[in-house]
Design a protein around this ligand. Structure first.
Ligand code: DHB
Length: 386
């Protein structure tokens, strides 16, 4: 009798062990609460949609997406990354809603030799902080330099820059500013606004006094509505001051909230829900059906992050060894809802089209309508160091 129990207990353990061996845990860490919760909401929905559309099984393994809320606090990100790697044996970490959060997980990825797929954060330097970091979002230099080139070619000569005062904002200020000045433009003032509890009104007043042709702005996803409302209230548009920026400020998640004050804003970015391709039409329709809201660039970053996980697992025939997965991710190429993309094998950053877009109304709804394409842009920050 005792032996019988022992045998069945062993059989049960063996059963559990083999079932567990078939699962591959992917640990997603995003701010699901707090000021950047919209990033977490979009990223979760994007990753889940990829699995729903492609099936949870890849190379004989079942994908288990473990989603954790770091609330936007870097110490929490680091602890969660540690737990996902040590306790859940996550084969990859994915997400990272803000630059400090992506940086906090970098030492864990390096020590554990587990790929960290950055689907949201966008400061250029992030991928240099661990050889295990791969990025499917974008970099601020990648979007800001093409914006500056467009501005100069379109008669904008004097600009005030306004950026959120941390990594991506500083990248945007530098790469817009330097590219613009090199092409003959003038930066009359460079304003930095704190990330926490931003009130743009006093800064916007200072812009009005300078009478520039345009204001170039970077704020992180989820902060565009506050900025745009204050820009409109101060009457800068009526004063003939144009609004240009990276696409974070006219984020698809916030356009409806911003409303008509967004009309006419010209931005450079890698993704618009209005991108005209069969892949994007299918993506947007499925996303809206599953979630009841429009995808933004954070959703497509996470969707492509999962595409990269699937690609890597197929290449390794289901093996979850970190260095093998990483090797398979380098040089990966596919067609994203945003257009053609490629992981630069040297920098592990994404190479992609940057589109110049204008906010317009289509069937009563606001969209970032793409009207020009800068093809297959590599992160200029890394290119500048070669
Ligand atoms: C970052 C966050 C954002 O929401 C965004 O739109 C761009 C960059 C970041 O912290 O890296």
């Amino acid at each position: 009798m005792k032996l019988g129990i022992l045998v069945s207990a062993l059989a049960l353990c063996a059963g559990v062990a083999s079932a567990a061996a078939e699962d591959v845990t992917i640990g997603m860490i995003e701010p699901m609460t707090g000021p950047s919760a919209s990033t977490g909401k979009q990223a979760k929905a994007g990753a889940e949609l990829y699995i729903a559309l492609h099936g949870a099984t890849v190379a004989g393994k079942t994908i288990k997406l473990e989603i954790k809320d770091d609330t936007g606090a870097a110490d929490v990100t680091k602890r969660l990354a540690q737990e996902l790697v040590a306790n859940d044996h996550a084969a990859a970490l994915i997400g990272f809603g803000l630059t400090p959060l992506a940086l906090a997980a970098a030492p864990i990825a390096t020590e554990a030799k587990v790929p960290e797929i950055v689907t949201s954060a966008a400061t250029a330097v992030i991928t240099e902080k661990s050889p295990f970091i791969v990025r499917t979002s974008f970099t601020l230099p990648q979007a800001s330099a093409p914006m500056a080139e467009w501005a100069v070619k379109n008669g904008i000569k004097k600009v005030v820059t306004i950026v959120t005062d941390y990594g991506p904002g500083l990248d945007a200020e530098k790469w817009f500013g330097e590219t613009f000045k090199k092409a003959g433009g003038e930066i009359v003032q460079a304003i930095r606004v704190p990330l926490k509890n931003p009130d743009f009104a006093p800064f916007i007043q200072r812009v009005a006094d300078d009478k520039p042709d345009a204001v170039f702005v970077f704020v992180p996803s989820g902060f565009g509505a506050i900025f745009m409302k204050q820009f409109a209230e101060r009457g800068l548009a009526e004063a003939g001051i144009k609004l240009i920026g990276t696409g974070d400020v006219t984020d698809d998640d916030q356009l409806a909230d911003i409303g008509d004050p967004a009309l006419g804003a010209v931005t450079a970015h890698h993704y618009s829900a209005a991108h005209d391709s069969p892949e994007n039409k299918e993506f947007v329709a499925a996303f809206e059906k599953a979630n009841g809201f429009r995808p933004n660039f954070m959703a497509v970053g996470a969707y492509d992050g999962m595409a990269l996980v699937y690609h890597a697992l197929e290449a390794t025939k289901g093996a979850t060894d970190g260095p093998a997965l990483l090797a398979a991710m380098k040089g990966a190429k596919w067609t994203s809802p945003r257009g053609p993309v490629e992981i630069d094998p040297d920098t592990r950053d994404i190479v992609q089209n940057v589109y110049i877009r204008k906010v317009e109304k289509k069937d009563g709804q606001l969209f970032n309508v793409e009207f020009a394409t800068v093809p297959m842009v590599k992160d200029p920050f890394k290119a500048s160091k070669k």
